[in-house]
Design a protein around this ligand. Structure first.
Ligand code: ADP
Ligand code: MG
Length: 752
């Protein structure tokens, strides 16, 4: 029997009722949460842990998601075997038998529609939770036992009387917001509060997005495939609907508006910064004539790929202007980025300026130094190397030569180059920058102009990151690889393969190839540290060392391979704690083919280029990130021979580890891997607040909301192109938001 509908006359205003003054609002935006209805001191303390201090914080505390729960069923509407939710009070509870293996707990749950029975077999602990007089929400499929409906082993949740009320949103089949919570705040409490606050305050919130912008955005969002009925709603409706959506459509509209607004504000900030920088900075113009181009190209021992030529065009066009280039060159491992960088550096030198190339490690810096020395062997270009292993005297001399302009090209590790005085720096190339931090700038002389910047990364950044973190960076991409590259076969190994795999490695060595074996970290033997030679990578290695216990020790691995598994071959060890000369010596002998097997930590991760090395074994593969694995694999795809990579894992990997490794096995496309990495790790890592300089997002998700982000970016750039300072009257509110959220972070201050 259905409950008779009870019309609630007081909720319907009669048309002839006399209009009365609206009552003074019981609270205002600035009211401390403690004084909001139903909160009090204790709850206020818990709300503060969520960052909610004042009523307005509650208003803008957005739900993480929404649920669409079915309303609870009344006893008369229960059906045999049909899933149902039932809410009621426990009016009887009994542990019928305690005999282990035969215990039975039964309880009666009752509400105004009748009573049901719940039973649990062999779960005596239920008696401690399902206590007389508690209110519980059950769900399960009931069956008729005699005259009574019975739920066996239902799911249940103990709730408060308030939530059990038939009139509460939870029980009327309404769409329910789900908030990010701390342990001590109950979801339904927060729902009550946000609704209440929204109903009182939402109407008074000032609209910052003019209707014209909302209308324009709505059209473009629909074109981008967003399901949106009508225009983006105004802010008051939006705030009411996000906390208590009257329909799925209204909810979508409200969410879309908030997401769009958040991303729009961010993109406006980035667009403003781009524009203001354009007016402020100056760099030396270094135009590339056909003659210079010919002269540079003659020096390469091979033809450049079409992709390399295209990217060189993009770069030289910008270097020819007086505004500093700020460009990220992304290209998969082995795509030939270095060549592009060398071209740009030679252009700078040809124009009478200095250029610098910074590498993350000394091994890589030395390799670049050698490459460049070879290419420029019979030229007048003077190259200097600046790295930790120079003596104090050598270093002083090099620094003087840099300052006086005697050196044209300076290769070095990042830690060192950032700190020096250049005579006339025209171009700064940063190699293998695959951490997405805000890049440091080189030191400028007083009154000096900015150099052009070219940052290279083998870890392609996902589209969403490119549009946010790199909002003021231009992108160049190398997709094509130089012809004749061997393919790499990747295997995820199980332990029982070990013997067969080492057999395989021995065969390849017998054919004349060389092999890498990569193990996670140096063991715990006490090698003294030499801080002067620690490059950033090495530091990582050292600081992590103490945290990671029980790692596959590279030293033990080395000894075992040298003395047993591969004892007939020349095996050597390389790790970040070795003295620079020793490292360099090992690398050189490996490059010269005097070493068959290089056992190493990830110091070989970046850039190292030995074409004859085609076999790699990675131990403890679960300890590496996707980008790192991809970098490592890149070491064996440099020559004409096919590469073989076998990844072993240690211990029990987590499901995330194996997901990551599976992706790694299946694709060798750096772009796909980057997207997968972003998906698996979430944007947190890459867009850490500190690193990115961007405000944390409250409701938008860069991964999920990429289409909205794209629309926001386009519209923001158009708006700023037209009105760089956002001076139009109707933009005042939006401009405020941009400056409040991003002014300090992006240094928009006066320029904006
Ligand atoms: P990455 O993009 O990983 O830095 P590199 O610039 O180190 O790649 O290039 C990888 C290898 O390919 C190097 O040995 C380089 O000499 C070679 N290479 C680069 N461009 C070409 C080309 N156009 N033709 C043939 N070999 C090339
Ligand atoms: Mg490189």
């Amino acid at each position: 029997m259905a409950e008779p509908i009870d019309p609630t006359p007081q909720s319907v205003a009669s048309p002839d009722s006399v209009p009365v003054e609206p009552p003074a609002p019981e609270f205002e935006p600035s009211t401390p949460v403690q004084y909001l209805p139903g909160v009090g001191a204790a709850r206020a303390e818990r709300l503060r842990r969520l960052g909610l201090r004042r009523a307005q914080d509650v208003l803008f505390f957005f739900p993480r998601e929404h649920q669409f729960p079915p309303p609870p069923t009344r006893v008369d509407d229960l059906r045999e075997g049909c899933p149902a939710t039932f809410i009621g009070k426990i009016t009887d509870a009994e542990l019928v038998s305690r005999t282990p293996g035969k215990s039975l707990f039964a309880a009666i749950v009752e509400n105004d529609s009748g009573a049901v029975r719940i039973v649990f077999f062999n779960q005596p602990f239920r008696a401690e939770q399902l206590i007389f007089d508690r209110i519980v929400r059950l769900s399960g499929s009931p069956k008729l036992a005699g005259l009574r409906w019975e739920f066996t082993h239902p799911k249940y949740e103990l709730i408060e009387a308030d939530e059990a009320d038939a009139e509460s949103p939870e029980n009327k089949g309404e769409i329910l917001p789900v908030y990010p919570l701390t342990e001590c705040v109950k979801e339904y409490e927060l729902r009550r509060l946000t609704r209440r606050v929204a109903s009182v305050l939402a109407g008074g919130v000032k609209e910052v997005m003019p209707p014209s912008i909302r209308a324009d955005a709505s059209v473009r969002l629909r074109e981008a495939g967003i399901e949106l009925v009508g225009d983006l709603p105004g802010i008051s409706t939006t705030l009411r609907d996000i906390h208590g959506p009257p329909s799925a459509e209204a909810l979508t509209a409200a969410r879309t508006r908030l997401i769009f607004q958040e991303l729009f504000v961010m993109q406006l900030a980035l667009a403003m910064r781009r524009t203001s920088l354009t007016g402020r900075l100056q760099a030396p113009a270094m135009p590339c004539t056909a003659k210079i181009r010919q002269r540079i190209l003659r020096r390469f021992p091979f033809e450049l790929t079409a992709d390399q030529n295209r990217v060189i065009d993009e770069i030289t066009r910008e270097m020819g202007r007086q505004f500093p280039m700020n460009r990220l060159l992304q290209g998969d491992v082995g795509s030939g980025k270095t060549v592009v960088a060398i071209f740009a550096m030679m252009l700078a030198v040809a124009s009478g300026h200095q250029a610098t190339l910074m590498a993350p490690t000394e091994v890589l810096a030395r390799q670049h130094y050698q490459t460049l020395s070879k290419i420029l062997a019979d030229s007048r270009v003077r190259i200097g190397l600046l790295c930790g292993s120079l003596t104090a005297a050598q270093r002083r001399e090099t620094l003087e030569q840099i300052a006086s302009g005697e050196l044209d090209l300076i290769i070095g590790t990042q830690a060192l180059v950032y700190d020096i005085d250049f005579h006339s720096l025209g171009l700064c190339v940063i190699d293998e920058q695959h951490k997405f931090g805000v890049r440091q700038r080189v030191r400028l002389r007083e009154g000096g102009v900015d150099p052009h910047y070219l940052v290279m990364s083998a870890t392609p950044i996902p589209r969403s990151v490119a549009m946010t973190q790199f909002g003021d960076v231009d992108l160049s991409t190398l997709r094509e690889k130089p012809a004749g590259r061997g393919e790499v076969h990747t295997y995820l190994a199980v332990d029982s393969w070990r013997d067969r795999w080492w057999d395989f490695v021995r065969q390849r060595i017998a054919e004349g190839r060389q092999a890498y074996v990569v193990a996670p970290r140096v063991g715990n033997e006490s090698v003294p540290r030499d801080p002067s030679t620690e490059s950033p990578d090495d530091l990582d290695e050292l600081t992590l060392l103490d945290e990671v216990e029980d790692v596959t020790s590279v030293s033990r691995t080395f000894e075992n391979l040298r003395d047993n598994v591969l004892k007939e071959h020349r095996v050597e060890l390389l790790h970040g704690r070795m003295k620079p000369e020793a490292k360099q010596d090992v690398m050189q002998r490996f490059a010269d083919g005097e070493i068959d097997v290089l056992v190493s930590t990830t110091v070989i991760e970046v850039g190292v280029d030995v074409a004859n090395a085609t076999v790699m074994t990675i131990l403890g593969g679960n300890r590496f990130g996707l980008a790192q694995l991809h970098q490592l694999r890149g070491r064996i795809s440099r020559g004409v021979h096919a590469g073989y990579l076998c990844v072993f894992t240690d211990g029990e990997g987590s499901p995330e580890d194996s997901e990551r490794l599976k992706v790694f096995e299946q694709t060798s496309d750096g772009f796909e891997l980057a997207e997968a990495d972003f998906r698996l790790r979430g944007p947190g890592d890459m867009l850490g607040r500190k690193q990115s300089g961007l405000a944390p997002l409250r409701i938008a998700d860069l991964n999920r909301d990429i289409e909205i982000l794209q629309v926001a970016r386009t519209m923001a750039q158009e708006l700023i192109d037209e009105d760089p300072g956002m001076q139009a009257e109707e933009l005042a509110g939006l401009r405020d938001q941009v400056l409040r959220r991003y002014g300090d972070r992006l240094d928009l201050g006066d320029g904006a």
